[in-house]
Structures are given as structure tokens and as C-alpha cells.
Unconditional design. Structure first.
Length: 286
């Protein structure tokens, strides 16, 4: 027997009531618990807020929010002592390290000019996308190198060396550096070198580093300039290498000029005889 229509509507309504949930969502419960918490936040007095607002940060911390300080120019000549070139692929790293380098120059009492931007270097490569199926399709790669230049004027060479060593020690990642250092020398450089050699001789003692030219000739014989020039030419083409195939390459005995002494009791040479391409002096006995 079929159920009446009024009974079916009542049963369906009861099922809906059982399926529906009357629980409060977790987010609403957490929000209500926080709003109705019995522990309010600690209030700060107005005097304490005023004191905290009047606190002054250290100068080193304040300087990070300001432009870097620079030493004033010296009157007179302004010769460059060093040119530092910074290059990187990231603008953020480049600007940060350039600012750091200028600040370091200020604390070392160096007059720095810059950082001034240099022209960008753009490089592009076109390569196959892949092998097999995609070997005919290509893709492009681009790399942009950005540069900055910092110039140090009228700086002492030792101070400039300390500045470069400090930057090298604290070098930031992704930053490349190239330094051009200028030093001024005296016109009497040769005399200074002679004085330095004399000073070294006094330190090392009376023993000389190299023998005198006359004693050198007695030990090794007169120097043959022609053979010296030929040696460098042969060696340049690998004649004296392990597998050197040059037929005219001399052996070890031919590379050294041997001193030929006359036999005992012989007078001056009267002629020469050629044998197998070598010259041999002929002496006349007494």
C-alpha cells in the first residue's frame, strides 16, 4: 500500500533535519574566543612612547639610509690613483656593492669619484632547442652585463692597496672587479736599482750574486752570439722536443761552445781542416 503524500513530506523533512549540522565553524569559534579573551594586551604609557620615539639610532645605522659620504677634493693636481670597474648581471647586487666600496673609501680617507655607469654589454646566443624532434627549432639566450666605475684621486699606493684588499675580502656574490692602479716613479729609476743592489750585497755579505764578466769568460769561454740566436730559432719550432723531427737540430754537445786548447808545446795555428762539417785547428809542433 502506498504511503500518503502528507506522510512522505514529513519523513523527508525529518531526514533533512538529521543531515544538517548545527555545529559552529572552527574559524568563527576561534574568532569569538580571541575577541572574548579575559587577558587584554598590556597598555603602554604615553611617557614611555615618547621616550621610545626620541631614541636616536647609531650613526652607522643612520648612514645606511643616506647617501654615502665623500671626502672633499684637495687643491692642486688631481691624478687618478686607481680605477675600479665593477660588473655584474644583477643591478641590485651591483648598486649595493658600489655603495659599500664608496663608504669604505670614505673611512680610509680616500677621495672617491663615482660610481659612474658604463655602457652595458649585451650578448646573445642562438642554439638548437633540442636534438631529435626539436633539432630544427632554435631558442635565443641573452645576457646583459652592467658596469660601474669608481675612481680614487690622489691616494697613497699603500692606502689604495688596503682598500682593494678590504673589498676583495668582503666581495659580494655575483660581482666581478677589475682595478687599474697608477703609480708615480722617479726619473732616476736606474740609480735607485743600483742602490738597492748594493744594499742587498751588504745584507747578504761580501759574496756577490753574479761573477764579473772577465771571470765569466774564463769559466765558460767567450759567448757566441750567433749560436744563441740560432738556438732560440730552433727551439721555437720544437727542434729540441722529445719527438722533434728537425734534421738540423744540434745535439747536447753541440749546443755548448767548448774551449779548444792547443796541445802542450805547440805554437799558433797555421790552418784548418774540415771533416764531417766540423772545423778543426791544425797546430804545428815545436
Amino acid at each position: 500500500m502506498a504511503t500518503p503524500s502528507y506522510a512522505r513530506s514529513l519523513a523527508s523533512s525529518v531526514k533533512r533535519l538529521r543531515l544538517s549540522s548545527t555545529a559552529i565553524p572552527a574559524s568563527q569559534c576561534q574568532t569569538r574566543c580571541i575577541q572574548q579573551s579575559s587577558r587584554p594586551a598590556a597598555s603602554v604609557s604615553s611617557s614611555l612612547e615618547t621616550e621610545l620615539g626620541n631614541l636616536r639610532l647609531p650613526k652607522a645605522v643612520q648612514a645606511t639610509y643616506l647617501n654615502p659620504l665623500k671626502r672633499s677634493r684637495e687643491k692642486g693636481y688631481r691624478d687618478p690613483a686607481c680605477e675600479l670597474h665593477l660588473h655584474s648581471y644583477s643591478v641590485r647586487n651591483l648598486e649595493m656593492f658600489a655603495d659599500f666600496a664608496v663608504r669604505a673609501a670614505y673611512f680610509l680617507n680616500l677621495h672617491a669619484r663615482g660610481p659612474s655607469p658604463l655602457p652595458r654589454k649585451t650578448e646573445r646566443w642562438t642554439v638548437p632547442r633540442s636534438n631529435f624532434v626539436h633539432k630544427k627549432s632554435q631558442e635565443n639566450f641573452e645576457r646583459i652585463t652592467m658596469k660601474r666605475k669608481i675612481t680614487i684621486l690622489n691616494g697613497h699606493p699603500d692606502t689604495v692597496a688596503i682598500w682593494l684588499a678590504f673589498l676583495r675580502r668582503h666581495q659580494y656574490y655575483g660581482i666581478g672587479m677589475k682595478a687599474n692602479i697608477y703609480e708615480h716613479g722617479d726619473l732616476n729609476a736606474a740609480q735607485d736599482l743600483d742602490k738597492e743592489a748594493e744594499r742587498l750585497e751588504k745584507i747578504l755579505g761580501e759574496k756577490k750574486l753574479l761573477p764579473e764578466p772577465s771571470k765569466r769568460e774564463e769559466m765558460h769561454g767567450p759567448m757566441n752570439t750567433t749560436s744563441v740566436l740560432d738556438e732560440s730559432f730552433k727551439a721555437q719550432w720544437g727542434a729540441y722536443a722529445a719527438m722533434g723531427g728537425a734534421p738540423s737540430a744540434g745535439s747536447a754537445s753541440q749546443r755548448i761552445d767548448m774551449i779548444k786548447l792547443p796541445p802542450p808545446g805547440a805554437k799558433k795555428a797555421v790552418g784548418y781542416s774540415r771533416a764531417r762539417g766540423h772545423e778543426k785547428a791544425v797546430y804545428k809542433s815545436q
